[in-house]
Design a protein around this ligand. Structure first.
Ligand code: GLC
Ligand code: MG
Length: 528
């Protein structure tokens, strides 16, 4: 076995830049703020940061609407600030991943301005322009992920353009070679500056069916779900030609020793194709969102893990995600006590974990009053529970005003319990979520079995989830009680020494039967 690469052994930490650390008092986080917090991330023990988009943007979708792929939005800083942040990260052994948004631009990107200026514009075909349907109206039934038709009428030029998200986010035409070439230059621009990789936004959306046929109705849609789920995105996403795009990006990444992570929300069976093939590798890590949508039951999760492990193509490296800037926080989904078990799960499965900022504090979704709503998804389809502001609230650093996040009014409210739930307070409390997370990260570093060893399911019943990680002669056993009552696990043969538990100091060496307290997870090492 060849030695594992940094992106295989390491842990990625997602920074939502608006909410991490503000340095200039405008209530919005920025690059100098992130730079000031690198030592905190080193203390925690992560290996890389992925920063959500920081490029110039009208912020209709908070940076996922890019107006210039090769600049920095003034709200976040300057290119010089970015270079300084990158150098400071590298000096500390931290890698930096940026967020590439290649599926769509901002409507204010000069490419789109030129494209929309006239039907004869040389950039007309850079976007997806179509005539009305024969009887009038949008060209087909495709629905925007943020509600309403995915087609916007442009009266001046007399055609519709396609936008999978907001109408301020027109989709690029990735069948046009000029678009491909332009975006590959963007990759090179950042790789040449020293960036260690990209998370690629909505990769599975990038190519649409060439004939733009209607999407089929979704028989499972019911009132209360967002409108875009009324149809299955069969023809608007996940087309076979997308893999050639991933392969082209991968070739450039490989030239620079960089890593690509793809955002893909698909059933695992379809996800695997995004690893590509031996001849045409795709992204290194197609995001695995199995745990984000999972019912929190040991048997169901055990099944998902085994299925995912079983489907991985030869040589493919797994990865795991518990939270991100689009989904409710894990502590809200599974509860405060189980959030500790979930963190142990994330950091002991085989594969690269991505840790969402604030989850190491046990932050929960923050209730957002109607007048505080910022997310366009919530504004377009209020009250469905799909708004993303609650999981994007500011990080809490210490007990100073606004939790040390900003000297100004934060752009979203802090969690109410920030005076206790902040980095400084939790660092001082060995029983805290922050200390548990640091302990797990240290354990990964100390044990190759956790960082890169093989994964083997261990038979368990009821609410207990158990597996082994093996490397050479080393065997680590992870036993997680996903329930609120006591539980037992029949141990495999041998004596096991507890290394870390979610519930206080590790106990005595055990053999035969392991008792687990309510909501307890434990990592044990088999004695030689
Ligand atoms: C991705 C991002 C999300 C954004 C969308 C459109 O899903 O994670 O935040 O709104 O793409 O760019
Ligand atoms: Mg700021």
């Amino acid at each position: 076995m060849t030695e594992a690469a940094w992106w295989q052994r390491g842990v990625i930490y997602q920074v939502y830049p608006r909410s991490f650390q503000d340095s200039d008092g405008d209530g919005v986080g920025d690059l100098r703020g992130i730079a000031a917090r690198l030592d905190d991330l080193v203390a925690l023990g992560v290996d890389a940061i992925w920063i959500s988009p920081i490029f110039p943007s009208p912020m209709a979708d908070f940076g996922y609407d890019v107006a210039d792929y090769c600049g920095i939005d003034p709200r976040f800083g300057t290119l010089a600030d970015f270079d300084a942040l990158l150098a400071a990260a590298h000096a500390r052994g931290l890698r930096v991943l940026l967020d590439l948004v290649p599926n769509h631009t901002s409507e204010q990107h000069p490419w789109f301005a030129e494209s929309r200026s006239a039907r004869t514009s040389p950039k007309r075909d850079w976007y997806l322009w179509r005539d009305p349907a024969p009887g009038g109206g949008p060209p087909n039934n495709w629905i925007s992920d943020f509600g309403g038709s995915a087609w916007e009428w442009d009266a001046a030029s007399g055609q519709y353009y396609y936008h999978a998200y907001l109408k301020q986010q027109p989709d690029l035409n990735w069948r046009n070679p000029a678009v491909r070439a332009a975006m590959m230059e963007v990759l090179r621009f950042w790789f040449d500056r020293g960036v260690d990789g990209f998370r690629i936004d909505v990769l599975w959306h990038m190519i649409k069916h060439a004939g733009f046929p209607d999407n089929p109705a979704n028989p499972d849609w019911r009132p209360g779900l967002p409108e875009f789920l009324k149809v299955l995105q069969t023809n608007s996403t996940d087309q076979p030609e997308v893999h050639a795009i991933a392969a082209a990006m991968r070739a450039i990444a490989d030239e620079h020793g960089a890593v690509l992570v793809g955002e893909i929300y698909l059933p695992v069976e379809r996800l695997m194709a995004y690893y590509g093939s031996a001849e045409a590798p795709g992204v290194h890590l197609p995001f695995n969102f199995q745990l984000i949508g999972a019912d929190w039951h040991a048997r169901k999760i055990a099944h998902r893990i085994a299925k995912y492990e079983g489907l991985l193509p030869p040589g493919a490296w797994p990865n795991w995600v518990l939270g991100n800037h689009d989904r409710p926080r894990v502590a809200t989904r599974v509860g405060a006590r189980q959030a500790r078990v979930a963190m142990m799960l994330l950091l002991t499965l085989r594969g690269t974990p991505t840790l969402y900022y604030g989850d190491e504090l046990g932050m929960e979704d923050v209730p957002i009053a109607p007048e505080q709503v910022r997310d366009p998804r919530e504004i377009n389809e209020p009250g469905l529970g799909w708004g993303r502001d609650p999981c994007r609230t500011p990080m809490a650093w210490d007990g100073s005003p606004n939790a040390g996040f900003s000297t100004g009014e934060p752009w979203l409210p802090l969690h109410a319990d920030w005076p206790a739930r902040n980095v400084a307070a939790e660092r001082a409390d060995p029983a805290s979520m922050w200390c548990l997370t640091r302990g797990l990260l240290a354990l990964r570093r100390a044990h190759p079995a956790l960082a890169s060893g093989s994964w083997h399911g261990v038979a368990a019943e009821g609410d207990v989830l158990a597996y082994e990680r093996r490397h050479g002669d080393a065997r680590l056993l992870v036993a997680l009680n996903l329930g609120g009552g006591e539980a037992v696990l029949a141990l495999p043969e041998g004596r096991f020494r507890p290394l870390l538990t979610t519930a206080g100091p590790p106990g005595e060496t055990v053999e035969g039967m392991l008792s687990l307290r309510a909501d307890e997870g434990v990592v044990l090492a088999r004695e030689p």
